[in-house]
Design a protein around this ligand. Structure first.
Ligand SMILES: [Zn+2]
Length: 152
C-alpha cells in the first residue's frame, strides 16, 4: 500500500483533498499522512472495539486477555474519554466476557476518542511543521508497547 501511495499521490491534484478509503491502523494513518493523504475512513476503531481490541499510545491491547482480569487501571492512563474516566480494564473485561453490550460500547468509545485525538495531534503537528518528529514519537510508542506485551 505504501509503495502504491508513493507512486500515485504525486500525480493527484495538489489543490484538492486526498482520501484513502478503508485505512487503517494508527500507524497506517501516520504513514498515509506523510505521503499526502488528507482524510481516511475505516471500521477498525469500531469493529476492533467490538472484539475487545483497544488502541493506546503503547499499541493495541486485547481486553479479553486474562492478565486484565484484576487490572483496576483505565484502558489508558491519562485518556480523557468517558470509558477511561469511569471504568477499569477489569470491569470492561468482565462486561465483554459476560457479553454485555456496554463492554463493546466502552471499547468503541475509547477507540473513536483515541483516533480523533490522534488526528487532532496530527493537524497540530502539521501546523507546527513538526509532523516527522510526531510520527517518529508515535511509532516508537506503538513499538514499545509490542515489546512490553511480549515480555509480560
Ligand atoms: Zn479512553
Amino acid at each position: 500500500m505504501y509503495r502504491i501511495l508513493d507512486e500515485v499521490v504525486p500525480h493527484l491534484p495538489q489543490n484538492k483533498p486526498t482520501y484513502l478509503m478503508g485505512v487503517g491502523t494508527p500507524a497506517n494513518i501516520l504513514e498515509g499522512v506523510e505521503r499526502g493523504i488528507d482524510f481516511f475512513d475505516c471500521v477498525y476503531p469500531s469493529r476492533n472495539g467490538r472484539h475487545g481490541h483497544v488502541y493506546t499510545n503503547h499499541g493495541k491491547m486485547n481486553l479479553f486477555n486474562a492478565k486484565y482480569e484484576l487490572d483496576t487501571r483505565p484502558i489508558e492512563e491519562g485518556c480523557q474519554c468517558p470509558a477511561c474516566q469511569h471504568y477499569s480494564r477489569a470491569y470492561i473485561r468482565h462486561l465483554l466476557k459476560a457479553k454485555e453490550m456496554l463492554g463493546m460500547r466502552l471499547c468503541v468509545l475509547h477507540n473513536l476518542y483515541f483516533y480523533n485525538h490522534m488526528m487532532e495531534e496530527i493537524r497540530d503537528a502539521l501546523d507546527a511543521g513538526k509532523f516527522a518528529e510526531y510520527k517518529k514519537m508515535r511509532l516508537e510508542g506503538f513499538e514499545e508497547g509490542k515489546i512490553n506485551s511480549k515480555r509480560s
